[in-house]
Ligand binder design. Structure first.
Ligand SMILES: NC(=O)c1ccc[n+]([C@@H]2O[C@H](COP(=O)([O-])OP(=O)(O)OC[C@H]3O[C@@H](n4cnc5c(N)ncnc54)[C@H](OP(=O)(O)O)[C@@H]3O)[C@@H](O)[C@H]2O)c1
Length: 313
């Protein structure tokens, strides 16, 4: 077997490069044609049923308003009740025919089962599932005293998405619906102090890429990787190494977004909805993130050093 691999190592790279050289221009032309077609046939979400987790603030909140403006029925989920009810009322004002707010913790399997079933019981169907709820654990790995305190971040960011998807997938298959996964640019690009955040988002990306190939055309999957978006998270709400939430604007300015342009949640949500309705597989928002990922693939030492300098100072 080793000799077979040695031969493949020798033969495959030039063949693969040649194939790419021949195939890529055709692929790009086909992709452009399909993209024009998708823009023309963009999905109309009026009357569709959309469930959004983490809808009480930030990107989830802005998405609730955008879907509401387009006339979608909404099931909004968050761990906090008061801001959630406020968002639900506003989404109805923006144009949603009906909004049901549900307080739940996405890291709890039974909560996810409950709110997915409640949505389908109430509206009779589910068309889009937006797995958005997330937290940002921010600390150096070497500073951790108790590793178990890091687990909730994975439970919310990764398992919270998986649980909802598990209970929603049969309904989504029935409606030939869509899953909108709010991952992060950090799922592709390493960011010091955010090891568990990056790991959870990378896991989310890998999981939904796999699911997309399992589902085929039955359920659409759009993986969204936002850059830095104005939200409670980017206003300094972090999970500490002890698993507690703090709001530390000084730390935020030191480590996270001091040099990066912050996009408004509204603009990000508009881009997400446009992309989802077009049936895109990926959305990197803002688009310049794709250039950073390109640099990461070809010159990872440079992006690593830049990340270290930006975040560690
Ligand atoms: N903002 C950015 O720059 C950025 C960039 C890339 C990716 N993202 C991703 O975008 C998503 C939304 O983040 P955001 O920036 O809009 O942050 P946000 O304003 O903090 O919104 C996240 C929402 O999720 C809720 N949530 C947290 N844990 C939950 C749980 N266990 N069950 C149910 N709801 C829960 C939060 O409630 P609490 O406030 O009570 O915790 C909050 O309302 C996240 O997945 C995040 O990783 C954000």
């Amino acid at each position: 077997m080793d000799s077979v691999n040695r031969i493949i190592n020798f033969v495959f790279p030039p063949l693969a490069l040649y194939g790419l050289f021949v195939f890529y221009p055709i692929y790009q032309r086909l992709k452009s044609a399909v993209s024009i077609w998708r823009n023309v046939l963009s999905e109309n979400v009026a009357g569709k049923v959309v469930l959004i987790t983490g809808a009480a603030s930030g990107i989830g909140e802005a998405l609730a308003y955008e879907y509401g403006k387009k006339g979608a029925y909404l099931a909004l989920v968050d761990i906090r009740d008061e801001p959630l009810f406020h968002v639900a009322a506003l989404a109805e004002l923006y144009g949603s025919p009906e909004v049901i707010p549900m307080v739940a913790d996405v890291s709890k399997l039974h909560d996810c089962k409950r709110f997915i079933q409640a949505t389908v019981l109430h509206f009779g169907r589910l068309d889009h599932l937006v797995t958005n709820a997330g937290v940002a654990p921010l600390y150096l790995f070497e500073d951790i005293d108790d590793l178990s305190k890091a687990m909730p971040a994975m439970d919310i960011n990764f398992w919270g998405s998986v649980y909802c998807t598990f209970f929603a997938s049969s309904y989504l298959k029935k409606s030939r619906g869509k899953i909108v996964v709010i991952a992060s640019g950090c799922g592709y690009i390493a960011s010091p102090r955010l090891s568990f955040y990056c790991a959870s988002k990378a896991a989310v990306i890998a999981f939904y890429e796999t699911l997309r190939s399992e589902f085929g055309s039955k359920v659409g999957v759009t993986i969204v990787a936002p850059g830095v978006v104005d939200s409670e998270m980017t206003q300094g709400k972090f999970m500490t190494k002890n698993g507690q939430f703090i709001v530390d604007k000084e730390l935020r300015d030191q480590v996270q977004i001091s040099l990066l342009p912050v996009e408004s949640a509204e603009r990000c949500a508009k881009a997400i909805l446009r992309s989802v309705c077009r049936g895109d597989r990926y959305l990197l928002e803002p688009a310049w993130i794709s250039c950073v990922i390109l640099w990461k693939v070809f010159c990872s030492e440079v992006t690593d050093s830049l990340g270290r300098w930006l975040v560690m100072g």
